[in-house]
Design a protein around this ligand. Sequence first.
Ligand SMILES: C[S@@+](CC[C@H](N)C(=O)[O-])C[C@H]1O[C@@H](n2cnc3c(N)ncnc32)[C@H](O)[C@@H]1O
Length: 220
Amino acid sequence: MQKITTLDGSITFHNEQFDESYHSRSGAKEEAVKKFVEPCKIKEIAKTGKLKILDVCFGLSYNTVAAIDAALEENPDCKIEAVGLEIDTEILNAITEIDAPFTNFFMMREAVKNKKNNSYTYENKNIKIEILLGDATEIIKTINNEFDVVFLDPFSPKKCPKLWTAPFFAQIYKRMVPKGRLATYSCARVVRDNLKAVGFAVLDGPQLWRRGPSTIGVKL
Ligand SMILES: C[S@@+](CC[C@H](N)C(=O)[O-])C[C@H]1O[C@@H](n2cnc3c(N)ncnc32)[C@H](O)[C@@H]1O
């Protein structure tokens, strides 16, 4: 994996197998905050005192850690449960090798050092992080939980089509609370059609760096 410093100073990598980068070169941290954390209204949910996150394609953890930073900034006593799905140990190991500009990145480092069977965990009084290793389309079926927000961040539909299908979206939908929000960077027609097909209302997400809007799915 080739290491890249993005324009906001945060690190990402290029994956040779998929020939795609883990984040936009315009700013990896900015992408996590603007495309995932803000449209999912993390700070609003944190005010209720409880937040449950499903991070599909966990990678370097930026979406989850940016959400934890935002939630604890809003409400230091917020109880947070985050479940990450990731297939590749190489990218998880990279978490221990980089500095990332997030207050709570240490939790991610601790998690990836604490592996039992196919899961990694970090836990303190209020926060529980669990990263499940394997193919997201299979592991999702083993999860019994209801999430307030879902971050959907696979490689592109062209390179990773099975993570953008209606059957997979239906598995996600089942595990969300009513009015729960899903955020993804893609505005591809097939992605929006598949989200609608399983019941999501689809909204435009923010537009960054003069690209098309991202997509928000709201569970009806
Ligand atoms: C765009 S990157 C995600 C970036 C990540 N959200 C972050 O903040 O670093 C896509 C991720 O999907 C993972 N991936 C690819 N196929 C997968 C699958 N079938 N199940 C789970 N994860 C998969 C890759 O290993 C990669 O880490």
